[in-house]
Design a protein around this ligand. Structure first.
Ligand SMILES: *[C@@H]1O[C@H](CO)[C@@H](O)[C@H](O)[C@H]1NC(C)=O
Ligand SMILES: *[C@@H]1O[C@H](CO)[C@@H](O)[C@H](O)[C@H]1NC(C)=O
Ligand SMILES: *[C@@H]1O[C@H](CO)[C@@H](O)[C@H](O)[C@H]1NC(C)=O
Ligand SMILES: *[C@@H]1O[C@H](CO)[C@@H](O)[C@H](O)[C@H]1NC(C)=O
Ligand SMILES: *[C@@H]1O[C@H](CO)[C@@H](O)[C@H](O)[C@H]1NC(C)=O
Ligand SMILES: *[C@@H]1O[C@H](CO)[C@@H](O)[C@H](O)[C@H]1NC(C)=O
Ligand SMILES: *[C@@H]1O[C@H](CO)[C@@H](O)[C@H](O)[C@H]1NC(C)=O
Ligand SMILES: *[C@@H]1O[C@H](CO)[C@@H](O)[C@H](O)[C@H]1NC(C)=O
Ligand SMILES: *[C@@H]1O[C@H](CO)[C@@H](O)[C@H](O)[C@H]1NC(C)=O
Ligand SMILES: *[C@@H]1O[C@H](CO)[C@@H](O)[C@H](O)[C@H]1NC(C)=O
Ligand SMILES: *[C@@H]1O[C@H](CO)[C@@H](O)[C@H](O)[C@H]1NC(C)=O
Ligand SMILES: *[C@@H]1O[C@H](CO)[C@@H](O)[C@H](O)[C@H]1NC(C)=O
Length: 360
């Protein structure tokens, strides 16, 4: 039982207090939903909270917000596991394999996890941030922590975490994308909270996001959008959205449970927008309509006008990667929950997250 609790906790990057706190948080039940978070998680009552509505009429253009450098975003096999943590579906990255820099960030940030927020069904909106009041179908958040901060410490720094946020719009008249399909295919195998399976998908992050112009984004300082709500996040919200055939993501609405025994599904797992409280929201250089996204004199290598289909990515041979990128063989996807045991390698991957958690 202890093992189950610890593992459930370990996999909850955005659920920093899950299992260890006396109080659980949730989205749908009024006794533990977003309205109650402030009572049990004091940081959720802060003044720099997320998500927010991005009002494009009141953003400040900022010529220093240029293209990102993406490292290993174009390499396949960097995602190791997919997990239902009771609050979201999370995909975990091989440690130290994927990172970003530039884009107005102060330093390098390593990708740890990506997860989703969704509504009640494919016709019901579920994104966290909104754009001029419009709530999209789904949000995808790619969570990175700053190089140089031990993972456990990242949430203690106002710039400790960098999240790249993408809007997803669901339609019926778009062909099904095989890469995206492979993300949601294993959902049946992780229908209960705490379940995790090795990730079988074969694609790179760029395969998912290259349709979006990655130079057009909004930037502001905010928080984790779930408890403990630490105000440690440099947010990047991309202007353009990803379009998917609704059939691709159906599993989110049908296969993921908060509690399978009583049939309670995980739905509407988004926090409502929070007050901006005078915070600046900056628009990247490429969103400056006057300059049309073209270069302004700078000594830095300019990538702001790169086509989204040719983003600047770098494949760095990262610390001993266990052979997964070139000779990836789909592993047997047995459900692992509780004490049936995570292999040692997987535990070592999750250890930093455990520390992250225990540090509270
Ligand atoms: C939240 O903060 C406000 C003032 O900033 C305060 O009035 C209110 O009591 C706080 N709520 C809780 C639950 O602590
Ligand atoms: C531009 O954005 C950065 C954050 O990346 C901020 O520190 C800086 O103050 C902004 N500059 C202006 C002129 O607003
Ligand atoms: C969610 O969708 C189901 C059907 O898919 C419906 O019965 C239910 O009323 C909806 N709930 C909300 C809160 O919209
Ligand atoms: C983070 O900050 C909290 C409270 O400010 C402190 O108790 C904790 O030790 C810090 N954690 C790390 C890893 O620095
Ligand atoms: C899909 O349908 C929408 C309206 O429902 C339309 O605006 C769009 O052009 C269509 N796209 C394609 C590829 O047919
Ligand atoms: C979208 O998905 C549905 C259901 O699988 C399918 O019937 C439809 O043909 C797809 N749309 C396109 C344009 O491929
Ligand atoms: C998921 O579970 C089913 C049985 O419910 C099994 O056949 C399948 O191999 C498992 N793995 C994946 C990735 O679906
Ligand atoms: C799930 O629901 C069942 C039946 O209502 C209940 O007995 C059980 O305690 C619930 N599990 C959790 C983890 O809340
Ligand atoms: C937009 O770009 C033009 C040309 O580079 C520059 O002169 C102008 O100041 C920029 N506008 C804003 C609001 O930053
Ligand atoms: C604006 O962008 C278009 C293509 O995106 C380009 O053809 C055009 O030259 C640009 N205009 C200016 C004034 O930079
Ligand atoms: C990723 O991009 C870099 C830089 O453009 C390139 O050198 C490398 O070959 C690419 N790797 C893959 C797997 O496409
Ligand atoms: C990768 O794994 C295969 C089979 O497991 C092995 O034959 C090969 O030598 C490995 N390559 C490297 C570079 O480790």
């Amino acid at each position: 039982m202890e093992t189950i609790k610890v593992i459930t906790g370990i996999v909850s990057l955005i659920t920093l207090t899950h299992s260890l706190s006396h109080h659980e948080f949730c989205y749908q039940d009024p006794s533990c939903g977003p309205g109650m978070w402030v009572t049990y998680f004091p940081k959720c009552n802060g003044t720099h909270q997320s998500p927010i509505d991005i009002d494009t009429n009141s953003v400040q253009h900022n010529q220093s917000l240029r293209a990102f450098n993406f490292y290993n975003y174009n390499v396949t096999g960097t995602i190791t596991d997919i997990t239902n943590n009771g609050h979201t579906v999370g995909l975990y990255f091989e440690d130290g394999s994927v990172k970003i820099s530039a884009g107005g960030l102060n330093g390098h940030y390593f990708a740890k996890q990506l997860h989703f927020h969704w509504g009640n069904n494919s016709h019901s909106p579920g994104s966290e941030h909104t754009l001029n009041g419009k709530q999209y179908s789904i949000s995808m958040h790619i969570v990175h922590t700053k190089d140089g901060y031990p993972t456990a410490e990242a949430k203690n720094h106002s710039d400790g975490i960098a999240v790249l946020s993408f809007f997803i719009k669901l339609v019926d008249n778009k062909s099904e994308d095989a890469h995206w399909k492979s993300i949601f295919k294993p959902l049946k195998n992780i229908s209960e909270p705490g379940q995790s399976v090795p990730f079988p998908g074969r694609f790179s992050l760029m395969d998912l996001i290259s349709g979006v112009d990655l130079t057009k984004y909004y930037r502001y300082d905010g928080s984790l959008s779930s408890p403990g709500c630490d105000e440690a996040v440099v947010w990047t919200v991309f202007r353009e959205h990803i379009v998917l055939n609704a059939s691709v993501v159906e599993g989110l609405y049908h296969d993921i449970y908060v509690n399978k025994t009583d049939g309670k599904k995980l739905l509407n797992n988004f926090r409502p927008t929070m007050a901006r409280n005078g915070r600046a929201v900056w628009a990247s250089a490429a969103l400056n309509s006057t300059s049309n996204g073209t270069r302004v004199t700078t000594s830095e290598p300019d990538t702001s006008t790169r086509k989204a289909t040719q983003p600047k990515t770098t494949a760095t041979p990262y610390p001993p990667k266990p052979n997964t990128t070139s000779t990836y063989t789909p592993r047997t996807t047995t459900v692992r929950s509780g004490s049936s045991g995570l292999p040692l390698a997987r535990l070592s991957l999750l250890l930093p997250l455990a520390l992250f958690l225990l540090a509270r």
